[in-house]
Design a protein around this ligand. Structure first.
Ligand SMILES: O=C1NC(=O)NC(C(=O)O)N1
Length: 315
C-alpha cells in the first residue's frame, strides 16, 4: 500500500500537505483547526513586529464564475503582531505536526528583531521568511531586489546563529533571475528550504458587468492565486529544485487536488502548500487531497513519495 509519510529537515511528517502562509492561520482558532486537520504540517500568517489591520476591504475575492478558477488578494499583511505568533509557537503541540512561523518585517531591523527573539526562544518552530508580499503599498518585494535580499540573508543567517530557516519567494519569470536568485541563496547553507511561489503580484481582475476592478486596495491590483498560477509555480519549484540541490523546495501555487500536489512533488517539491483552495474549502481539504494523492500513487504503482519526487521527465 502507498504511504504519504515524509520527512522535512529531519522531522517526520504524516503527509506532505500544509497550508500556505496567510490562509486559515491568522488567529488561534484557525491555527487550532489546522492542528486538528489532516495536514502534515502548518504555518502561521506572515507577521510584522506590531499588529496590523492591513488594507481596506474588499481585499480578497475568489474568481469562481469562470474557468480557470482562482483568487485575487491585497490583504496588506493584516496580522496580530509577532508576539502573538511567538506565544503560539510556545504552546503548539509539536508531537502532532511540525509548525512553521512566517515573518514579514516591514524593515530589515524588524526582521532582525523577530529573528533575534526566535533564536532566544529556542523554539522547534521552523522559520519561513516572507520575501514576497506584493500588497503593502509603497513596499517593493524583497525577492525582486537581489541586493536587498542578499543583505537580508547575510544579516538574518548570522543573527539566527546559522540555525536552519527558509524563504518564501515570489515567482520569477526569467531564467537569468532563477540563476541569480539561486546563486544568492546557495551562498547561505543555513537557508535550508525555499517555498515557491507566493502569489503572482499585481494582477488586475475586471468585472465586465460593473466595468470595475473587484478589490479596493491599490486600484484593484492584487496577488493572483489558484489555477492561473500552477504552471508558473511548477516552473519555480523545478527551477530551484535543479539549482539548489542542497536545499528542500516547498511547492505552493495552484494546488486544489491530489493531481496538482502530485505535479508539484514530481517537479521537486518535498512539501506542498495550499492557499486559495484551502481558503474556499476549509481544513477538511487536507483529508480530500490526501486521499486523491494516495489514489494517484496507487494507480501508478508508487509506494512512497520518494518513488517520484523530483523525477520529472524532459523530452
Ligand atoms: O505574502 C503575501 N502574499 C499575498 O498574496 N498576500 C499577503 C498579504 O497581502 O498580506 N501576503
Amino acid at each position: 500500500t502507498s504511504s504519504l509519510a515524509t520527512t522535512f529537515l529531519d522531522l517526520p511528517l504524516a503527509n506532505p500537505l500544509m497550508n500556505a502562509s496567510g490562509v486559515w492561520c491568522s488567529v488561534a482558532s484557525q491555527l487550532e483547526a489546522l492542528l486538528e486537520s489532516e495536514s502534515g504540517a502548518m504555518v502561521t500568517k506572515s507577521c510584522t513586529l506590531d499588529p496590523r489591520n492591513g488594507n481596506p476591504e474588499p481585499r480578497y475575492r475568489v474568481l469562481d464564475g469562470n474557468k480557470p478558477w482562482g483568487s485575487i488578494n491585497s490583504m496588506g499583511l493584516p496580522n496580530e503582531g509577532f508576539p502573538y505568533y511567538l506565544r503560539y509557537t510556545e504552546r503548539h503541540d509539536y508531537e502532532t505536526k511540525p509548525l512553521f512561523i512566517s515573518i514579514s518585517g516591514l524593515t530589515l531591523d524588524d526582521n532582525l528583531a523577530m529573528v533575534d527573539s526566535l533564536k532566544d526562544a529556542v523554539t522547534p518552530a521552523i522559520l519561513e521568511i516572507n520575501l514576497s508580499c506584493p500588497n503593502v503599498p509603497g513596499k517593493a518585494q524583497l525577492g525582486y531586489d537581489f541586493d536587498a535580499m542578499d543583505t537580508l540573508l547575510a544579516e538574518v543567517t548570522s543573527g539566527y546563529g546559522q540555525r536552519q530557516l527558509g524563504v518564501k519567494l515570489p515567482p520569477y519569470f526569467d531564467i537569468a533571475h532563477f540563476d541569480e536568485a539561486a546563486a544568492i541563496l546557495n551562498r547561505y547553507p543555513s537557508v535550508a528550504f525555499v517555498t515557491c511561489i507566493n502569489s503572482i503580484g499585481n494582477a488586475l481582475v475586471i468585472d465586465i458587468n460593473t466595468e470595475s476592478v473587484i478589490i479596493k486596495p491599490k486600484d484593484g491590483f492584487g496577488g493572483l492565486g489558484g489555477d492561473y498560477v500552477l504552471p508558473t509555480a511548477l516552473a519555480n519549484v523545478n527551477a530551484f529544485y535543479r539549482r539548489c540541490p542542497e536545499k528542500a523546495v516547498i511547492g505552493c501555487g495552484g494546488v486544489k487536488s491530489g493531481h496538482e500536489a502530485f505535479l508539484h512533488i514530481l517537479a521537486g517539491a518535498t512539501l506542498v502548500q495550499m492557499g486559495t483552495a484551502l481558503y474556499e474549502e476549509g481544513p477538511g481539504i487536507f483529508t480530500r487531497v490526501k486521499a486523491e494523492l494516495l489514489e494517484i500513487m496507487k494507480q501508478k504503482g508508487y509506494e512512497n513519495l520518494a518513488d517520484f519526487h523530483g523525477k520529472l521527465k524532459t523530452l
